[in-house]
Design a protein around this ligand. Structure first.
Ligand SMILES: *Cc1c(COP(=O)(O)O)cnc(C)c1O
Length: 341
């Protein structure tokens, strides 16, 4: 482990590491394995497709040191497949799963000393896939780059899990039917920055987005998926194309069902959500974040006494215990870093 890193001061922010991975192809030629190179700035034409028209995707996953002294990825194959679906949507040649997995293994292996000790954070792995070649007319770029970098991150909640206060937006939407909201297109995120900043200035942690068509159903919480619990049944918005299929969302559904809960994927109206017993949002960065209250216009609905709900707590503990190998991994979600990469 790196001697000069103060693990306890890590937050979810960028700490440079030593190496990154990069490979580039021309046009439709097949992807070929890339190289590990020093971490640092890359060269790109000012006319690159990604810079001009946002033809790019990102992914995010975590790597942990576990209580069994192993180094494990959490479900990286799912990130590889989601990036392939995104590539198809943005007319980018999809990176084969074998190259994706080999790439993330190589970068993590080269930067092993930056993986935090067990329980003190994770290594966040950020793959990027983009149109890197020059293009002036609106069209797919002539060449593509697949790049992976990593950074150590601290636990999202310092000093225990805390419930967050959210604001429903009546003005902004994250995704529209037929658009790119169902894939991790880089261009999906910039339009959320202003609403999110404004909500934060008013004391909220994030914005809740409603569906763009009817303004009645909850879609997502910033860049995280939404769940609520009513009479011990879990409800989460169904994947209709405007919701990003989170891997934490899928893991939460499987885990809750294995624990005996009923999970219903359906349209979740604001009215229903505000009357629920508990709510949380989930994603790779924060895992599971309990929601303490939701404000809509002049109405503030508080869940329970505003502290994390018991089902939420249980799911958080179980999911993070699997990641740390403090619990069994019955779903085979952990992917060990091979020793030979
Ligand atoms: C990445 C992301 C999520 C969460 O996905 P995970 O795979 O669980 O990290 C949810 N919503 C949006 C918009 C996202 O970009």
């Amino acid at each position: 482990m790196a001697d000069d890193i103060d693990w306890d001061s890590l937050t979810f922010s960028m700490t440079p590491t030593d190496f990154m991975y990069m490979t580039t192809i021309q046009g439709d030629e097949p992807w070929k394995p890339g190289q590990i190179i020093p971490f640092g700035p890359i060269q790109m034409s000012p006319a690159a497709g990604v810079l001009n028209y946002g033809q790019g995707l990102f992914e995010g996953m975590k790597v942990f040191r576990t209580s069994k002294e192993r180094i494990v990825f959490f479900r990286p194959e799912e990130n590889a497949r989601r990036m392939q679906r995104g590539a198809d949507r943005l007319k980018i040649p999809p990176v084969p799963e074998s190259i994706f997995i080999d790439a993330v293994e190589q970068v993590v292996s080269a930067n092993q000393k930056f993986i935090p000790p067990v329980g003190r954070g994770a290594m966040y792995v950020r793959p990027l896939l983009m149109g890197s070649g020059p293009v002036l007319g609106v069209a797919p770029a002539p060449s593509y780059t697949f790049l992976v970098y990593v950074t150590p991150v601290g636990p999202y909640f310092k000093g225990g899990v805390q419930a967050i206060e959210l604001l429903i937006s009546d003005v902004h939407h994250r995704a529209a039917p037929g658009g790119s909201g169902g894939v991790k297109a880089i261009g999906n995120y910039a339009p959320g920055m202003k609403p999110s900043k404004e909500a934060k200035a008013q004391g909220f942690a994030e914005i809740i987005y409603l569906d763009a068509k009817t303004h009645t159903y909850i879609e997502e919480v910033g860049a995280a998926n939404y769940f609520c619990i009513k009479d011990n049944v879990l409800y989460t918005p169904e994947l209709t194309g405007t919701i990003l299929p989170g891997i934490t969302r899928d893991s939460t559904i499987q885990l809750a069902r294995s624990m005996g809960y009923t999970v219903i994927e359906t349209k979740v109206s604001v009215e229903f959500a505000l009357a629920a017993d508990e709510a949380f949002c989930c994603g790779t960065a924060a895992v599971i974040s309990p929601i303490g209250s939701i404000t809509h216009g002049d109405v503030k609905s508080v869940y329970g006494d505003g502290t994390p709900g018991s089902v939420t707590q249980l799911l958080y503990t179980e999911l993070t215990n699997i990641q740390k190998e403090l619990s069994e991994d019955p779903f085979s979600w952990l992917h060990e870093l091979p020793s030979h990469v």
